[in-house]
Design a protein around this ligand. Structure first.
Ligand code: ADP
Ligand code: MG
Length: 263
């Protein structure tokens, strides 16, 4: 019997990220438990759930910004941690793990741009752009164009609105040629009138087939853009399915209570 509501875990080649039995605790506080997830190419997975339910922790584990206490994250078929193979413990070579990690983009709630670098320099910092100078600048400018900020290339982050800063952060994530981008409540720190410009950029990205995992409280965005929605509560994925299933016809009382609270 599975303790996970995530159905039909697959072994298709197109699975970009695979989490198996992730568990994470901070001291005595078990923050994530029994997390199984498959994220396939082109999918947009929205993570919803109350504050403290474990969304950010899960994203950090998926990005390997932190390690789980047990369980493992696979990027394509590479374990980004220790697994058992044929009775032996196995971990991929550090160089391979680093290469794979470099293909995971992360967009934070607080933008995290480098204040002492211009917008263009922030985007050019991406690991994938290192060592290819002329090209790096062309590419960074093209990415700024893509998020509607080509005219701000030489500006300092502090001179931009929050929405513009977050769009720069998205351009910076794209500069990695990411296989997927993880977003941690990318619009939560924004004034309400700036939320839509960021969601519009994210909607465009989704339409071009970029694989995304998005922790968000923007239910309209989840309804329109998500392929799947996972509802987290107290460190568990309580409910998982299409936005229609989870948001419009939730089966679990905890999902219903949460959705009622925020509507
Ligand atoms: P969410 O993003 O859904 O609000 P988090 O993943 O931030 O949830 O937090 C889940 C739980 O883990 C919370 O109880 C939080 O206090 C705890 N937590 C998160 N990060 C840390 C940390 N670095 N040290 C200790 N506790 C943490
Ligand atoms: Mg969070």
């Amino acid at each position: 019997m599975s303790e996970s509501p995530v159905p039909a875990l697959n072994n298709k080649k197109s699975t970009v990220l695979r989490a198996r039995r992730l568990q994470k605790r901070y001291d005595d506080n078990i923050v994530l438990q029994h997390i199984d997830l498959d994220i396939v190419e082109g999918e947009v997975l929205c993570l919803i759930g109350p504050s403290g339910s474990g969304k950010s922790t899960l994203l950090r584990l998926l990005a390997t910004l932190e390690s789980p206490d047990s369980g493992v994250v696979f990027f394509h078929d590479t374990p980004l941690g220790i697994v058992e193979r044929g009775g032996n413990l196995y971990t991929a070579p550090e160089k391979i793990i680093r290469q794979q990690r470099d293909r995971i983009g992360f967009v934070f709630q607080q933008f995290n741009l480098f204040p002492h670098l211009t917008v263009l320099q922030n985007v050019m910092l991406a690991p994938r752009l290192q060592g290819q100078r002329g090209k790096a600048e062309d590419k960074a400018r093209a990415l700024l164009e893509r998020v509607g900020l080509a005219h701000k290339a030489d500006a300092w982050p502090a001179s931009l609105s929050g929405g513009q800063q977050q769009r720069v952060a998205i351009a910076r994530a794209l500069a990695r040629d990411p296989a997927l981008i993880l977003f941690d409540e990318p619009t939560s720190a924004l004034d309400p009138e700036l939320v839509n410009e960021v969601l519009a950029v994210m909607t465009d990205l989704a339409a071009t087939g970029i694989t995304m995992v998005v922790a968000t409280h923007e239910m309209q965005f989840a309804r329109r853009v998500a392929s799947n929605v996972a509802f987290l509560d107290k460190g568990h994925i309580v409910e998982y399915g299409s936005p229609q299933q989870v948001l419009d016809a939730p089966q679990q009382p905890r999902t219903r209570a949460f959705l009622q609270q925020i509507s």
